[in-house]
Design a protein around this ligand. Structure first.
Ligand SMILES: [Zn+2]
Ligand SMILES: [Zn+2]
Length: 372
């Protein structure tokens, strides 16, 4: 059985995405076919479009998505058809050196196959006009359908709206997980979050869940700082106007924050994270800069013992994290509504990325059909 559906295809870095009709085969053993309901535009997709992150092309991007299981391959419970799911971009074998040590994000097979942008079994099955098309992060969600491994389609409550559910798949888990699982924040601690995009706003909420007594959010945009207050920041600093280091010291007895979560991804913010952290505190880096870019610090900012951790997917355990985050949203605890700046059609994807690049959006979400 061959499936045809619409997908946004990137043919070369720097080009616009084009909506094309692509083809694939039915899901194979251990796989599921997911009808995508909503997909978020993430900075990592933008890095591929701009050529900072190099993948073979043509490729279908998109790795933050939610949908409904439409069909299953051999060996998968047929009862899964109709389940509402969030997709994980971290398939892992469960048996390798890193999987055995509880670090699925470093799974040998995942890390070795990721750059090839193929299915997790190593094959390329998506095609356009008979030519192979790659699938970013084993999902390729800027399309009406995606085929993923059974374990990467994680069931969530049926009442969870898909346009908000998709955010859980990358940005929200990355931010919440960094604060609740990677950082060792304890009740009453102080936290600073630098950068109030989708990941940073989720880190603010993670710090709230961890019981941080004061959460200072830093950004260059007042509207994003207002959003940070809405989701749990107790203090905000516009770094264009005020010095974040002075501001955090003013509320921490001159010491600095117990934990700094950096989610802006640039030289200034990475350096700020080291300056704003108290002696003996910890720094968690979530943001990204170009893979060949150097970053520099003042050595004195690191004196007196500071712990630095780089986190990629918030210590993700997606099988339990996605349903837990969905329940948190449905209970009114996790705030997602304000993270969606606009809902767009697949055909508007290039404008969505223009808005992301210009900093005009927190998240643009592509909605397919009646996604809610
Ligand atoms: Zn992402
Ligand atoms: Zn593994």
């Amino acid at each position: 059985m061959t499936l045809s559906f619409r997908a946004a295809v990137l043919s070369a870095p720097g080009e616009k995405l084009r909506v094309e009709t692509v083809e694939t085969e039915a899901p194979q053993a251990g796989e599921v076919l997911v009808r995508i309901g909503a997909a978020g535009l993430c900075h990592t997709d933008l890095e591929v479009i701009e050529g900072q992150l190099v993948y073979p092309m043509p490729i279908v991007l998109g790795h933050e998505a939610a949908g409904t299981i439409a069909a299953v391959g051999p060996g998968v419970d047929p009862g899964r058809v109709g389940e509402r799911v969030v997709l994980s971009w971290n398939p892992h074998c469960g048996r390798c050196f890193h999987c055995e040590r509880g670090q699925p994000i470093l799974c040998d097979k995942y890390v070795s196959q990721g750059p090839a942008a193929v299915a997790f079994d190593g094959t390329t099955r998506l095609s356009l006009g008979g030519q192979p098309v790659r699938t970013m992060m084993h999902i390729a969600a800027f399309a009406e359908y995606a085929i993923v491994t059974d374990a990467c389609a994680v069931a969530i409550p049926a009442e969870m709206p898909l346009d908000r559910a998709c955010l859980l798949g990358c940005g929200v888990l990355t931010g919440v997980g960094a604060a609740t699982r990677i950082a060792s924040l304890r009740y009453g601690d102080t936290a600073m979050v630098i950068g109030c995009g989708a990941v940073g706003l989720s880190a603010v909420q993670g710090a709230r869940f961890a019981g941080a007594s004061r959460i200072m959010a830093v950004d260059l945009d007042d509207s994003k700082l207002a959003m940070a207050r809405d989701v749990g920041a107790t203090h905000t600093v516009n770094a264009r106007v005020d010095d974040p280091v002075a501001a955090v010291r003013a509320i921490t007895g001159g010491r600095g924050a117990d934990c700094v979560l950096e989610a802006a991804g640039n030289q200034v913010s990475l350096r700020l994270s080291t300056e704003a952290c108290r002696v003996g505190g910890e720094i968690v880096w979530l943001g990204k800069v170009g893979v060949n870019q150097d970053v520099s610090f003042r050595w004195g900012a690191l004196m007196g013992e500071k712990r630095i951790t780089r986190s990629s997917y918030g210590g993700a355990r997606t099988a339990t994290d996605f349903p837990a985050l969905a329940v948190s949203y449905l209970r009114g605890d996790l705030r997602l509504d304000g993270l969606i700046t606009q809902r767009i059609a697949l055909e508007e994807i290039n404008r969505g990325f223009d808005d992301l690049k210009a900093g005009r959006s927190i998240r643009s979400v592509i909605v397919f059909g009646e996604a809610a």
